[in-house]
Design a protein around this ligand. Structure first.
Ligand SMILES: [Zn+2]
Length: 304
């Protein structure tokens, strides 16, 4: 999700529906897929010229491709063409880091072409039974071919010729179905929107089962999986490192601690927002008051 788009929408509450707006309004024909070689036949695919959805990671094996996330649905043909320039192997597994449409939009088309969709079990539940969005509208259930055929609860792995993806659940973090995906040979870690980007904050999707406690626990998990050489593919934006994860976690903890204290002291949500507990980190996170206030509210509502 693009931060500028959120700000210019002037609707912080539209955070989770923003990808839908973005999909509905924008001209995907202008978007070009950008490929970054991460080594060991592993690549990050992003887009320029518009908002393609979340980052995609692919690991190429001897008899197929493991793919992480699939952007918005209209990006399918472009993603497929970009992958075809790298390898003639088919996408055998498509792993969803979470259920949001800017990461699962391509499920149906890749699924129809034979990709086995893998996700934490809550992703399947949410794609089958979508909740009303912030705009009050309930999206239609995803088509059958978009539904994960292979689900897991805590941890799993998928392998194709020479490549393995280690997948772990990050409970009640950005959503209740978050997965990290780690490719050990390439030392590449895809975090999904737990680590949305090195900008702003990680917002919990409360309707989607997310919360600040799980987000910080999720950071603890991925920081343990990573080492100093790990290439971290965030949910959006440029490639990151373990140090970036550590820095983001520190900001989230700082704000969480302050909000927790104020809430425990009996302050209302509006009083806590007015106290500006993100003021000293806001510039560092490239956030404005609206973005910070929205995050503070989400922390207040989900802090234990
Ligand atoms: Zn998301």
């Amino acid at each position: 999700m693009k931060y500028l788009a959120i700000t210019t929408l002037g609707l912080a509450a539209a955070l989770y529906t923003a990808p839908l707006f973005a999909q509905g309004q924008q001209d995907f024909s202008k978007i070009q897929v950008q490929v970054s070689d991460l080594g060991h036949n592993t690549y990050m695919l992003d887009g320029v010229g518009g908002n393609p959805g979340g980052n995609v990671t692919i690991a190429v094996g001897t008899n197929g491709v493991i793919m992480v996330d699939a952007q918005f649905a209209p990006m399918h043909d472009k993603l497929k063409a970009a992958i075809a320039k790298i390898t003639n192997q088919p996408v055998k597994y498509l792993i969803n880091t979470h259920y949001h449409g800017d990461h699962t939009g391509g499920n149906a088309a890749f699924g129809r072409e034979g990709a086995i969709i893998v996700a934490q079990e809550n992703v399947k539940k949410r794609l089958l039974n979508p909740q009303p969005g912030a705009n009050g509208q309930t999206p239609p259930p995803a088509p059958a071919e978009a539904i994960p055929a292979q689900v897991y609860r805590d941890k799993t792995a998928v392998s194709i010729g020479g490549r393995t993806a280690q997948i772990g659940h990050l409970p009640n973090a950005h959503t209740d179905g978050d997965s990290y995906v780690y490719f050990p040979e390439a030392n590449v870690l895809a975090t999904g929107d737990l680590n949305g980007a090195q900008r702003n904050y990680t917002n919990p999707d409360i309707r989607g089962g997310g919360g600040i406690t799980g987000i910080i626990a999720g950071f603890d998990t991925v920081i343990k999986v990573a080492n100093d050489q790990t290439k971290v593919v965030p949910g959006h934006g440029p490639l990151a490192s373990k140090a970036d994860l550590v820095a983001t976690r520190a900001v989230l903890v700082k704000i969480r601690d302050r909000v927790q204290k104020m809430k425990a002291a009996g302050m209302t949500e509006d009083q806590v927002v007015a106290a500006k507990p993100a003021a000293d980190v806001q510039a560092q996170r490239h956030a404005d008051d609206m973005v910070s206030d929205r995050f503070v509210r989400l922390v207040y509502e989900t802090v234990k």
